[in-house]
Design a binder for this molecule. Structure first.
Ligand code: AKG
Ligand code: FE2
Length: 234
């Protein structure tokens, strides 16, 4: 693993994507845990206004907070820690792991930034782990605009559909995607299977823990903690 090159690419593009990073049988164990959790609990955790306005169809689950220790294995992976340290510098810290579950035929996630890009130095990192193959036939591909983490707030709807050069990623089982929290990204609609991804979020030293409380969409800024639309954008 060429850490220098990976971190250079991250600085330029705002993301890195590596296939076959994690062991397939570990991914299978994760996937089984995730499926059995959501068999019991597929109720929505977000309120309906959010789902409608944000066009985001995701049910979160925080397995480590519920004592699912198998999810520590990715967290403790030395290679992952090395890349993270290279990108974020010393003193970075993990926030939590969050599984994101989407039902079949659901909308995916609209264009967004995970946190407010107002201050370039204050951001979170998404470390996404894929426990299943996601591709054109399953739907749910990850779409992003390379370099957009340096471009400030994502254009509002009135700007039109072309907001930059899109890269479509079809994450395979065992792959790792690392995304800067200011990167413009979305998840395409899901076809006839469920979709799962697991996000090990972390932050540079000195970043507030609630950094991702405010999410930026093309039509609004939204605060999760009190389910409030902070600004409507047109
Ligand atoms: O599930 C994915 O592929 C990306 C989800 C996402 O937008 C995020 O974790 O910030
Ligand atoms: Fe995101």
């Amino acid at each position: 693993m060429d850490i220098e090159n990976l971190s250079k690419r991250f600085k330029e593009d705002g993301y890195i994507y590596i296939e076959n990073f994690f062991d397939g049988s570990l991914m299978d164990s994760y996937h089984q845990k995730i499926l059995s959790h959501f068999k019991k609990d597929t109720g929505y955790k977000h309120d309906m206004t959010f789902i409608e306005k944000s066009d985001t169809d995701v049910i979160p689950w925080f397995p480590q907070l519920e004592g699912e220790t198998i999810f520590n294995i990715v967290e403790d992976d030395q290679r992952l820690q090395k890349i993270t340290e290279k990108i974020l510098g010393s003193g970075w810290k993990s926030l939590y792991s969050m599984v994101m579950f989407s039902n079949k035929s659901s909308n995916g996630q609209a264009w967004h930034q995970d946190c407010n890009p107002e201050n370039k130095e204050i951001y979170n990192l998404n470390r996404l782990v894929y426990t299943m193959d996601i591709n054109k036939s399953t739907g749910g591909e990850l779409v992003l605009i390379p370099g957009s983490h340096k471009k400030g707030i994502i254009p509002s709807d009135s700007f039109g559909n072309e907001i930059g050069h899109e890269v479509v990623i079809e994450p395979s089982k065992g792959s790792l995607a690392i995304l800067h929290g200011h990167l413009w990204h979305k998840v395409l609609p899901i076809h006839d299977n469920i979709r799962v991804s697991t996000n090990y979020r972390c932050v540079p030293s000195g970043t507030p823990d609630n950094i991702t409380d405010i999410c930026v969409y093309r039509n609004m800024m939204y605060r999760f903690s009190d389910e409030k639309i902070l600004t409507t954008r047109d």
